[in-house]
Design a protein around this ligand. Sequence first.
Ligand SMILES: Cc1cc(N2CCCCCC2)n2ncc(-c3ccc(F)cc3)c2n1
Length: 256
Amino acid sequence: MIKRVQAWLSRKDRQEEQPVEISPDNIPRHVAVIMDGNGRWAKRRGLPRIVGHQNGMKAVKRATIAANDLGVEFLTMYAFSTENWKRPKDEVDFLMRLPVEFLALELDELIEKNVQVRVMGDSNALPNHTRKAMEEAVERTKHNTGLILNFALNYGSRKEIEDCMRELGNDIKAGRLSPEEITSELIDSRLLSGGLPDPDLLIRTSGEMRLSNFMLWQIAYSELWFTDVYWPEFDKSHLLQAVAEYQRRTRRYGGL
Ligand SMILES: Cc1cc(N2CCCCCC2)n2ncc(-c3ccc(F)cc3)c2n1
């Protein structure tokens, strides 16, 4: 029984709208998002880049609520990569304050929606105020049982894999592990995403079609969906479009 979700898509140029059909029987458990286009969204409007990041943060809450309502169980958002440190200092300083702003402006509504916040990445290298805000968001939502909102912050997949290999090598050297015991399940458990299922669907906004060192091991079998929409414009209609395409691609007609 296809539950018809009349979600009117407003395409970027708003010239065309189309209904979207979503089946409740094949909702992706884990959706991962590369939230790109915040600076370009602002530039197109003659606004400072930081306004793009601020609006991007509002899109995080919007997308989280939409995903939670749809029945998505895990939502991983690429908030700051290990490569982002190369950006101008004033922009990095602003970005490092966004978790604090998120805590003040957005978290209460997500707590009402029973959302649990997790973080993955090297938090030791973050400023104290950033790390404390993240720890508070995790602490204040740790008993929630709804959608798990997983922020990748100061995250890089190659560093994650390198650190995992080093840890396994040390375990072998210490006699705690034999090489024959290394399986993909063991590696899954040792990565920063340990405990989460692999993403079923990876979304990247703003028209870029790169993986940008994001969850390279975990997305081995993920459906990739790219949109020209800039992240600050992303809303429920775009999530539904991505999930509808995911369902078209993964339709099994009862077969394997
Ligand atoms: C660094 C950064 C950038 C950031 N952007 C807003 C979204 C667009 C992409 C980049 C900018 N957002 N959005 C939410 C957070 C966040 C992270 C951890 C946490 F526990 C609570 C909130 C965030 N963190």
